[in-house]
Design a protein around this ligand. Structure first.
Ligand code: PRX
Length: 631
């Protein structure tokens, strides 16, 4: 199923559009099924209803583990690189990983978990995180991984939305020179989570933690009570595999639902093709498993293809800005898949961290999560890839399950800052505000997808109507991505960024409404409006305009208090970079905040505010501009 020439890409693409069922049916033959499907695809985008490989039975862990044992059991599946570069890295072969997953799957059963139960995972980037994820899949439990940077309240909201029965966590996590008290955060969260009966705690940083009798158990003790034989649960292709919460333009985060069969096929197919993965190569994706990139391209995609996946606990700048390059050298990394924000941050340290580093193992480079600017693209290409390693700028989303528009390494000619062409099976179209298709090349519009692909979301957990409203109602019979996009004269796609009220801060997706709600929870705040602005390293920064007549102490202290509230309500990742206190917000007569104006002010572009005559009180704009100048 690996594409090796541009001609083959064109042929496969054509086939995937003309006969999608035959195309995906053939791709799916490369995976292991207990029982074949009777129908490849049934769908409508109206309800929406999407079913792939109907009737088929499988367990994704048999594809990620068991099927590699006979010939590749001793091959490294995961290489774990700890936060502390002095500490030993750990290699788990497929045999070892299989054994540990089975053992931990038995621990889950021993603690009452059954097929269909939801399990929340809040862990550091250690091998046990991948083991926990796979153990859930082994027994047919649905995992909901929550990124280690989210607050107790965010975790509680997610646990309650999915009605999780069990939580898997660790005493704490290392992140650079910081230690994060994960179990403390979970303890706070669980005060408001009546459905959680058990919490399994891994010892990692060995900090003191409270262990509640009857609820909390240690990972290390539990594994002693079970053996390592665990038959995989037989799953229907459309049974839930996982839920992953993500932010939208309105309301609280939604639980994006992915199912077993289609997701597996799509993650595996895109992994092997986009990165042109070759047997024996070492592949390093720097994302966290708490995000979709980690799910699809650290765990499921690579392991389903028998690859060696590096799992890194730390951050790019600890103990210094050479860390990624040291890992590349140490583990002879062939593919490095990272985010533009990391590239820009490392660029800012200059040449020194690169000196004397051996990049000769690098064959393919990848970028994900946000638009990559040309400067960062060229730096990556020249300094890390020595202009020899193709860069795959991969566009996709939590909802798409896997990469959608991207070069295929060694096959598709690349172009800086372009995600280039759709992968086989993906039918993008650009539409105008009214949903009319914008045809031809050299055009821009809103990016939609007009035909299903196996990795797409099936619903938003517990609220199918919301899934319909968010993705399938803006334009009739189309999946709307929320992104703006340009298609150039060559038919190449360049994603220009979100066209809704979703921010992309350091590759993290954050809803402006969520940040506003958190700020508004702060005592004294009457109202707030949040917009993004261009940020050299983060891509976008968060700018908050806040009405708060009550200052406690002084302005600076009040700003810090508000940041503390946001950290408590959402997590540190959502902290505004700038807060400006204002006496009013620019609103239309119907009470809608005109964010366009605030965006201009946040960008410092006050000369081109456009028409402000429809505002209820146009004077407020001048006042805000004055405050911005003063601050
Ligand atoms: O705006 C697009 C941006 O990230 C959004 C999806 O965020 P999330 O669901 O968190 O998934 C991130 C990892 C897949 C998209 O709607 N985005 C993602 N990749 C790119 C991108 N923008 C431009 N270029 C990309 N390569």
């Amino acid at each position: 199923m690996q594409i090796t020439s541009f001609k083959q890409y064109e042929e496969d693409y054509k086939k995937s559009v003309e006969n999608p069922e035959q195309f995906w049916g053939e791709v799916a033959q490369n995976f292991q099924w207990r029982k074949p499907w009777y129908k490849v695809l049934s769908w409508d985008f109206e309800t929406p209803t999407i079913k792939w490989f109907e009737g088929a039975k499988l367990n994704i862990t048999e594809n990620c583990l068991d099927r590699h044992l006979a010939n590749n059991g001793d091959k490294p599946a995961i290489i774990w690189e700890p936060n502390n570069p002095e500490a030993e890295s750990v290699t788990l072969t497929y045999k070892m990983l299989h054994e540990r997953v089975c053992r931990f799957a038995n621990v889950l059963k021993r603690n009452g978990a059954q097929k269909g139960d939801r399990i929340c995972i809040y862990m550091p980037m250690v091998p046990e995180l991948a083991i926990a994820v796979l153990a859930c899949a082994r027994i047919g439990a649905v995992h909901s991984v929550v990124f280690g940077g989210f607050s107790a309240k965010s975790i509680a909201d997610r646990i309650n939305d999915a009605q999780c029965k069990l939580v898997i966590t660790a005493d704490g996590a290392y992140r650079g020179n910081k230690q994060i008290p994960l179990k403390d955060v979970i303890d706070d969260a669980l005060i408001g989570c009546p459905t959680v009966a058990k919490c399994i705690v891994l010892t990692h940083v060995r900090t003191p933690v409270s262990m509640l009798k009857g609820r909390d158990v240690w990972w290390e003790d539990e594994v002693k009570h079970v053996n390592d034989v665990c038959e995989a649960e037989e799953m229907d292709a459309e049974d839930l595999l996982f839920i992953l919460y993500t932010s939208g333009s309105t309301g609280k985060p939604k639980g994006v639902v992915h199912t077993c069969g289609g997701y597996m096929v799509y993650a595996g197919y895109t992994f092997t093709n986009v990165f042109n993965y070759q047997p024996g190569e070492v592949y390093f994706c720097t994302a966290d498993i708490g995000w979709i990139t980690g799910h699809s391209y650290i765990v499921y995609g690579p392991l389903s293809q028998g690859a060696t996946s590096v799992l890194f606990e730390g951050i790019p700048t600890y103990p210094n800005a050479s860390r990624f390059w040291d890992i590349v050298e140490k583990h002879k990394v062939n593919t490095l898949y990272t985010a533009p924000t990391a590239i820009r941050s490392l660029m800012s340290f200059g040449e020194e961290p690169l000196e004397g580093k051996d990049f000769s193992s690098i064959r393919v480079l990848g970028s994900v999560g946000e638009p990559i600017n040309e400067e960062a693209w060229h730096w990556f290409d020249e300094k890390i890839g020595d202009k020899k390693a193709p860069i795959v700028d991969t566009w996709w989303q939590t909802e798409t399950g896997g990469i959608m528009i991207s070069p295929i390494a060694t096959v598709t000619p690349t172009k800086p800052s372009f995600a280039t062409l759709p992968l086989p099976g993906i039918q993008p179209i650009l539409v105008d505000e009214n949903g009319n298709e914008i045809e031809g090349n050299g055009v821009s519009g809103n990016l939609c997808i007009k035909f299903p692909w196996p990795g797409m979301l099936r619903t938003t957990y517990g609220d199918h109507e919301r899934c319909k409203q968010t993705y399938f109602s803006t334009y009739e019979n189309l999946y709307f991505t929320g992104d703006g996009c340009l298609r150039d004269e060559d038919g190449y796609y360049r994603i220009t960024g979100r066209v809704d009220d979703v921010l992309n801060v350091s590759g993290h997706r954050i809803g402006t409404a969520e940040v506003e709600n958190a700020i508004n929870m702060h005592a004294g705040v009457i109202e707030s409006a949040v917009v993004g602005y261009p940020h050299d390293v983060k891509g976008q920064g968060i700018f908050a305009f806040v009405i708060s007549p009550e200052m406690h102490g002084d302005v600076e202290l009040t700003k810090k208090d508000i940041l503390q509230t946001v950290t408590r309500v959402i997590g540190a990742i959502a902290k505004p970079d700038k807060i400006l206190f204002v006496s009013g917000l620019p609103k239309t007569r119907s009470g809608k905040i005109m964010r366009r104006i605030l965006r201009k002010i946040a960008e410092g572009d006050t000369a081109n505010l456009g028409d402000i005559s429809t505002l209820l009180d146009p004077n407020v704009v001048q006042e805000i501009i004055e405050s911005a100048k003063k601050s």
